[in-house]
Ligand binder design. Structure first.
Ligand SMILES: [Zn+2]
Length: 584
């Protein structure tokens, strides 16, 4: 039996070695009317151009597309291996809504895809959109944030999160084009372009050639806004501003790691407000801390383009009250510190960057600046550390950042009260495998820490307090705290306790390059080794495939309902702004 199975597996592998004929955009793509995109056909073998027949709705494609595609006789892969012929037509735009069936025939190769090109209503529903992304935001983060922030009595929450009361809701499927699992690049890119793509890809379909910036592009929301409106654009994140999630607003690359290039893509679009970390990729290579390999001085270039620069909270505050035309805030060379470290524990890199603004201040500064534009704005706000702290299973930091994220949403809701033509969307880009299962009670009897985990009736309620009423627990290291666990993990020491000395580093690399439990936590009283259930190449917990919950309020929010693909969310956004309205 085993032999037969391996033989079958080998055959499948061999068959899988050849690529199937591909057409980009993929089958079932939904495309905003008049929105430019790159059309590409990848054939499995080398075909003379005359042998390749492409039709759209039964007619030769050039009749519909208005141009002829470039023919590439032999596309080359790794080590110059010939992959097959290709056709590429860049910046195609379809002005007529409807169904487009593209059929390609070349020798015995054939492939058919159907796209839906859609228009939007003529009149916008909303003037402004504020799009909140809690990176990695899962149901457990929200539950824990509500309990830690508001408390609970006799099973009922003592208060509600700002995101709890957004009146429309949908479940969002986050899978990528090549895998059920996903990352922040392709998930956010689906929100910001309306097209799903492959892990690590931003604003492109991932094609087969090794070059990372020649892949078939799709239009980003920032480009669509520049093409059709005079609205302002804002990007706010606690991550590096060129990190995958904020980058998805503007970027086109197969590889999210090309951060130096992504800064250039931001400069092409010039969002009116950019606030976050990541200055290392703005500084030219000879400046200490720079991560660029060239002499481009993007700080100077953005200044020349009319930006006021802020590098700490005080400068942001000053810029906020000024008549700054455009705002660039770079508050850290890398990712900004978590709320727990910035405001309470002063761990992480807070010593080096002592005066970083929080997500609430950044959101409010962005709203002040963007609302100066009579034509309205699109603002993306990312709570990045929810994800960045869920990877190392540092649940306190992830949850406290969820509370901060929620307070930024509260600021946006206050703005929407005086600006009711504002659509607010709150969602995650993907989830983590995280759950709240009860409490950990230091006062429970037993020698082992696992005996102190309270489940079912024995969990009771945690004893966090919020005496100063700031919405954050006064301390996280209380005697009865939430028990939060990950479904997946590398080898690590479970300490059962908040990480008071700085973000958790569960695993470290050994001499073989495998990730093993970090011995630094071994001697914490009660710590036990948990053997991982992930490959040893994983240094942290990974993303879950579970759906994301999206909530929204304001004009257009009623379109969010039931189950939606991540790419469908884009259509609701462009509908609210009427970006595909018939134009003369
Ligand atoms: Zn992540």
């Amino acid at each position: 039996m085993r032999t037969l199975l391996s033989a079958l597996a080998a055959t499948t592998l061999l068959a899988g070695a050849a690529q199937a004929t591909a057409i980009y955009p993929l089958d079932r793509a939904t495309i905003l009317v008049s929105s430019p995109f790159d059309f590409k056909i990848e054939l499995d073998a080398v075909h003379p151009e005359a042998e390749i027949a492409v039709t759209v709705n039964g007619k030769p494609y050039a009749e519909t597309f208005g141009a002829k595609a470039d023919y590439v006789a032999e596309e080359k892969g790794k080590d110059d291996a010939v992959l097959g012929s290709a056709l590429i037509l860049r910046d195609l735009a379809l002005a007529e809504p409807g169904s487009y069936t593209v059929e390609v025939r070349a020798g015995d190769e054939t492939r058919t895809v159907t796209w839906e090109v859609y228009a939007t209503p003529a009149a916008p529903k909303a003037k402004n959109i504020i799009f909140f992304v809690g990176d990695g935001l899962s149901v457990a983060h929200r539950t824990a944030a509500r309990i830690m922030s508001k408390g609970m009595t006799e099973g009922k929450a003592d208060g509600r999160l700002a995101m709890d009361d957004l009146d429309h809701m949908a479940f969002i499927g986050t899978s990528s084009t090549h895998s059920v699992a996903t990352d922040s690049a392709n998930t956010m890119s689906a929100y910001m372009t309306g097209h799903k793509s492959r892990v690590n890809a931003l604003g492109v379909y991932a094609d087969r050639t090794p070059a990372t910036q020649d892949d078939p592009k799709v239009e980003t929301i920032a480009e669509a806004l520049r093409r059709t409106t005079g609205k302002s654009i804002g990007v706010v994140s606690t991550a590096e501003i060129e990190d995958a999630t904020p980058a998805a607003v503007v970027a086109h690359t197969r590889k999210r790691g090309e951060k130096a290039d992504i800064v250039g893509m931001f400069h092409d679009i010039r969002p009116e407000v950019m606030l976050g970390g990541g200055s290392a990729y703005f500084l030219k290579s000879d400046i200490p801390g720079s991560k660029r390999k060239d002499d481009s001085d993007y700080v100077a270039m953005f200044r020349e383009a009319g930006y006021t620069l802020a590098t700490n909270a005080a400068e942001l505050d000053a810029a906020r009250g000024s008549d700054a035309e455009r705002l660039l805030g770079l508050f850290h060379t890398g990712n900004m510190d978590t709320k727990l470290d910035r405001s309470f524990l002063h761990q992480g890199t807070v010593g080096k960057f002592p005066n970083q603004p929080g997500l609430v201040e950044m959101t409010e500064a962005a709203l002040d600046q963007l609302s100066k534009n009579e034509e309205g704005f699109f603002l993306m706000v990312e709570g990045a550390s929810i994800d960045k702290m869920s990877h190392p299973m540092d649940w306190d930091r992830a949850v406290i950042d969820t509370i901060e994220f929620d307070q930024a949403i509260a600021s946006a809701r206050a703005f929407a009260e005086t600006h009711p033509d504002t659509l607010i969307v709150v969602t995650g880009d993907h989830t983590h495998g995280v759950s709240v299962i009860g409490t950990i009670d230091d006062d429970k009897p037993g020698d082992e820490m696992r005996e102190k985990v309270g489940t079912y009736d024995a969990a009771g309620f945690p004893n966090y307090t919020d005496a100063d009423g700031d919405g954050y627990p006064d301390r996280i290291d209380v005697s009865r705290r939430l028990a939060i666990f990950s479904s997946n993990f590398p080898d690590h020491y479970e300490t059962w306790r908040p990480k008071m000395d700085g973000p958790f580093e569960p695993s470290v690399q050994n001499e073989k390059g495998e990730y093993v439990a970090n011995e630094a936590y071994k001697d914490i009283p009660g710590a036990v080794l948990r053997v991982g259930n992930l490959p040893k190449s994983a240094d942290t917990a990974v993303h879950a495939v579970d759906d994301v919950v999206l909530q929204a309020t304001g004009p257009g929010a009623e379109e969010f309902k039931g189950y939606m693909e991540q790419s469908d969310v884009y259509r609701v956004l462009v509908d609210a702004f009427a970006l595909g309205a018939p134009r003369n």
